[in-house]
Design a protein around this ligand. Sequence first.
Ligand code: SF4
Ligand code: SF4
Length: 378
Amino acid sequence: MSNDDLFRQLKFRDPARARALAEALRHNMDAIGREVSVMHVCGSHEQAIARFGLRAVLPPGLELIMGPGCPVCVTDGPEVDEAVALAMQGVRVCTYGDMLRLPGTARSLADAQADGGKVEVVYSISQAVELAQAHPEEQVVFLASGFETTAVATAAVALASPPPNFSILSVHKYVPAAMEIVAASKETHIEGYVAAGHAAIITGWAIFEPFAARTGAPVVVAGFEPLDILAALVKLTELIREGRPEVANVYPRCVTKEGNLPAQRSLWRAFRTVTGRWRGIADVPGGNLELVPELAALDARKRFRIDTAGVRDAAAEEEAKGCICGRIMLGLATPEHCALFGTTCVPESPVGACMVSSEGQCRIWHTYGGVPDLRKVG
Ligand code: SF4
Ligand code: SF4
């Protein structure tokens, strides 16, 4: 059976198929005959890899590294400071639960809440809109985090004339821009990328073609079942072996070449890309999503004078405390390289962003026993 037949016939947790894919992977690595590092850029991929112990079946010489794959982790401290400042000046700030404990330069939104700031955890932006409708006398700001996938939901609300006391503080990030940063880094030697299936449902897989052509690194779009990820690695090593910097899609049950065109239209009617800082990484050209000027009335940064002077403490940023989140997100280190991992830094009292979110690599590794790369145990 050819590899393409295997990809088409995926039954998601079938051990025989997993063995066949692991064998195909070994075969590709034997043919390549040297060490290869590849990167995936999605927290949900890392969760599946850690949960199913997938690194244990990778052939020697194949490094599977997690890149900047968690939208919470890459939200920068000064962006949190803006939300904290708004909450402390009497605005009701609504956001997703995993943003609550994300450190700002000095304080998190949870700290602001404890200090009397108005902070509300919501499950969706629609719930924040409902709060604004229920409290017309208050200003309600939704701290909008996440990659292009969640930005689509924000765009839909922004374009649907929300109530006048509602606005958006966008810290949305755009993944393809961060892949450019990783590829441009002189320290990383990533030869191929596994791209997030969720995001590609919206953007389509063709969006990665210019990147693959420019960087010479193939990209494979994958789903989130263990066999999806193994299939992606087989395809990726096949493309590396053959020196073909192309884009492949092993998630055809959900992802098409052009993606969800109506969702893309609303995304780009509501947002434009601007340069923005990703925590611990760099200023990423085109890496942030900002509301377009036509929606300025909805933009919390335009509506309010956000004064972060009282809540900001640049000297206290977590890098100064030994956190190596930035290196982890660039694929230059793993959590076990951090002296604070599992000791000073645990999910109950995270030092850095990677331990906060369920999609952060430190948090995932901690949840699954500390060293989910079972090849390194014993
Ligand atoms: S938002 Fe979706 S695509 Fe992005 S890292 Fe999280 S799970 Fe992956
Ligand atoms: S273990 Fe904690 S301090 Fe270390 S890199 Fe991860 S989040 Fe940062």
